[in-house]
Each structure stands twice: as structure tokens, then as C-alpha cells.
Design a protein around this ligand. Sequence first.
Ligand SMILES: [Mg+2]
Length: 190
Amino acid sequence: MEEGPRWGFDFDSVVGDLSEVLERVAQEEFGIRISREEFTEFRLEKCLPFDEEFILAWISRALDPSWTQRMRPYPGAPEVLAELSGIQPLWFVTARSDPGPVREWLKVKLQGVPQQRIFVHAVGPFGSKVEILCREGITHFVEDRLETCEALYRNGIIPVVFDQPWNRGRHPFRSVQSWDDLRGLILGEK
Ligand SMILES: [Mg+2]
């Protein structure tokens, strides 16, 4: 019998709303008002009138554990993930370097999901997600970064693009607008 799909998830900009954190950090720590709709390139220095030094400082603040704990999940994400955890373990693979704050966040947001059902891998900004996903037998991965989606596709993993201004209309893959869409795709219900 053929096994069903095994889902895996990126963390930032798929499960947690990093764009909102970036907006808030810009405003509250640097006094700059900026809207997420301006994030039209994955590499923010390509679409915003800021120098690389500022961008680095800004992003590194946004990824700070204290801000991570304030990050909001996308609507419906905790519910869909909790339901999925009854069917398969949950795998999160992030390009962050430290899995700790992500684990902590998931522990709080996914209360009721046994900790041994949650796996977080942090491959770092220069690491590859492909290797770990292949090892874990993941068949479908939800991701916002197109370069990663392309690498997954080349290695036989089906990418599902979580729609964001920086990936919109630029790829041949299946995309979802929300966790409601994902619920339909993953759990087969609306
Ligand atoms: Mg991401």
C-alpha cells in the first residue's frame, strides 16, 4: 500500500508572521514606518531603500528570541497543525541557526500537541533543507522562498508556496494564500 503524504513546514513567513515583526521592529526600534506590501523581494535590500548594514541589523533584531516570542501565528496555523499532529509528527525546517526559540514558540502556540510529536531542524542561512527533508521522508513542504522551492522540486519533494509579495506569480508551483487553503490541501476539508 502506498503511504500518504508527509508534510513539513518552513517556519518564518509560513507559520509565524515575520513580516509583522519586521514592521514593528522598524517602527519601534528604528523609528521607520514601513509596510509589508513593500517586501517584494526575498532579499529586502533589493526592494527597499536601505543600506545592507541597516537591513542586517533590522533582520537580526527581528529574529531575536524576544521578538520571536511576540510573533503571531498566521490565522488557523495552530489549529491545522494540531489536527495534523494526530496523523503525522510535525516537522519544521528553518533557515534560522538556532532551533531553540522556534521550539519555545511552538510549545506555547501548539499547546495540547505532545512535545515528542514536534521536530524542529535549524539548518542555518547557508544550510540545505533538502538533506534533512529527504532523510525524514517528507514528501510535501510548505515554503515561501522560491530558491528553496526549486531545490526541493529538483530533489523530488513537492513544494507548496505560501503566498507572499516576494514570491507572487513568479513560479510554476502550487501556492496557497492562507492556512484555510492549507487545511483543504492537507486535511481535505474546508
Ligand atoms: Mg520562510
